[in-house]
Design a protein around this ligand. Structure first.
Ligand code: PLP
Ligand SMILES: N[C@H](C=O)CCC(=O)O
Length: 480
């Protein structure tokens, strides 16, 4: 195992025959030539542990969002001190290649100089208005111009807020209460969505969530992703009750699960048949899998869309939007009420505008697509070469892989990616993933601390970073 010292001190170089094959993790931080580290040292996490132990007395589970607690991968979380570009740095002086990227917002790289400058410039004019500001129009125009379904948009402060608002809108517009979601999909933590949800709910193995009234989720019907029959059955049983479907067009909260070629188009047809609304929850996929979101990538236009993460460039933001006739239900244009003190926050608007401007530059999405594919292909090849069955995939800057149960090795099924969350749950070896996650940390690579989360690349990740990550994975698989 490697020990990673502070940015200004020596850093990793594997002992033994491969010593000269591994570029130092923090090469950008230290021009010193990599020197051989003492063997069998381990990741130094003293300060992280001190801070996290203190946090356990202050914050439920020591965190402000459950997945950060490392519960499903074991050990204690790494406490970050700063982030920059493709890297994160912990309070013990370790540096890691970061494939979480604040769960998506850091798509142009952490702390991008131009994004920082845009925020600082806005700070000089105030951090919050509580009144209309020009940047809300500017970001709205960019979203409307780039997202096929969006003719009008409302900004809020989180993806959760966007999803709970869009559900209320679907109900207000149709006069119906029913909602169809999919097992393993996560649409934030509002009551109606906490039914067989993905992300932290799945990671922690929670059945759903206490505190959610049965009366609330009585209107939430759960289908199986990529299984149109499971959706048709719900519609057939409730032909006039369903307000809409909400779906992650590429599942990222149940692990990485792409749609089958006919699935999204099938959902569109079923919604049209039963006069329900179709909402793509693109909080994660939005501006990540394609410049014009997943709806352009797959050629299916929903009625409504939710967005977040990328459009705030790292500051708190969410948005819901869609057909103008639907959005005009929203107060004060209409009577469907939704509000927010910090909605359309000028700092978030500034950061989001600059982020989307950088993403609009030539080659941005080609880079994201290419390096993500290279990463997944390299990691999968390394795992299989070491005798571990795994599958993976990517779209744009979003990727994922499943470490499968050992009995699949050498069988035809090994090459087939899970088509649904239920299948992923039955085929994934989450204990092995936990061991892999820890070994990758020791190799200087920070992956999402859950098998049931997607990974994220950025414009700051280089080919050398990807090659380093693949080498790190090869090492980890050998030690798994
Ligand atoms: C697809 C999706 N929808 C909604 C959310 C909720 O967003 P937030 O965490 O900003 O409330 C998330 C992420 O957490 C997400 O990935
Ligand atoms: N899967 C979630 C969003 O993408 C993870 C972020 C969180 O809930 O803390």
């Amino acid at each position: 195992m490697l020990s990673f010292k502070s940015d200004t001190s020596i850093f990793s170089g594997r002992k033994g025959p491969c010593a000269n094959l591994f570029p130092p993790v923090s090469r950008k931080l230290n021009n010193a030539k990599p020197i051989l580290m003492k063997a069998a040292s381990k990741l130094v996490t003293t300060k992280s542990e001190e801070i996290f132990n203190e946090a356990l007395e202050l914050l439920p589970g020591g965190v402000n969002s459950p997945v950060r607690a490392f519960r499903s991968v074991g050990g204690k979380p790494i406490v970050f001190s700063k982030v920059k570009g493709a890297r994160c740095y912990d309070v013990d002086g370790n540096s890691f290649l970061d494939y979480v990227g604040s769960w998506g917002p850091a798509i142009v790289g952490h702390a991008h100089d131009e994004v920082n400058a845009a925020i600082i410039d806005q700070v000089s004019r105030g951090t919050s208005f509580g009144a209309p500001g020009p940047l809300e129009n500017e970001l709205a125009k960019v979203v409307i111009s780039r997202v096929p379904a969006v003719e009008m948009v409302r900004f809020v402060s989180s993806g959760t807020e966007a999803c709970l608002s869009v559900l209320r809108l679907m109900r207000a517009a149709t006069g119906r209460d029913g909602l169809i979601k999919f097992a393993g999909c996560y649409h934030g933590h509002a009551d109606s969505f906490l039914v067989k949800a993905g992300s932290g709910v799945a990671t922690l193995g929670l059945p759903d969530s206490p505190g959610v009234p049965a009366s609330t989720t009585a209107s939430t019907f759960t289908a199986t992703f990529n299984d149109l029959d499971s959706v048709e059955k719900i519609f057939a049983a409730h032909p006039t009750e369903i307000a809409g479907i909400i779906v992650e067009p590429v599942v990222g909260n149940g692990g990485f699960i792409p749609p089958s070629p006919t699935f999204l188009r099938g959902l569109r047809a079923l919604c049209d048949k039963y006069k329900a609304l179709l909402c793509f929850d693109e909080v994660m996929t939005g501006f990540r899998v394609h410049k014009n979101c997943a709806q352009k990538l797959f050629g299916v236009t929903p009625d409504l869309v939710t967005l977040g993460k990328v459009i705030g460039g790292g500051l708190p933001v969410g948005a819901y939007g869609g057909r103008k006739d639907l959005m005009l239900h929203v107060a004060p244009a209409g009577t469907m009420y939704q509000a927010g003190t910090l909605s359309g926050n000028p700092l978030a608007m500034a950061a989001g505008l600059k982020t989307l401007e950088i993403l609009d530059r030539p080659g941005a999405y080609e880079h994201l697509d290419r390096i993500s594919k290279k990463l997944v292909e390299g990691v999968v090849a390394a795992g299989r070469a070491a005798g571990h069955p795994l599958v993976g995939g990517s779209f744009g800057g979003m990727f994922g892989f499943f470490l499968l149960k050992q009995e699949e090795l050498g069988k035809e099924v090994e090459k087939k990616a899970p088509q649904s969350f239920e299948e992923a749950q039955s085929r994934a070896d989450t204990a092995k993933f936990a061991r892999f996650h820890r070994l990758m940390l020791e190799e200087g690579v920070y992956l999402a601390p859950s098998q049931f989360e997607a990974g994220f690349t950025s414009l700051a990740h280089t080919d050398e970073d990807i090659e380093f990550t693949i080498s790190a994975a090869a090492n980890a698989f050998k030690r798994l």
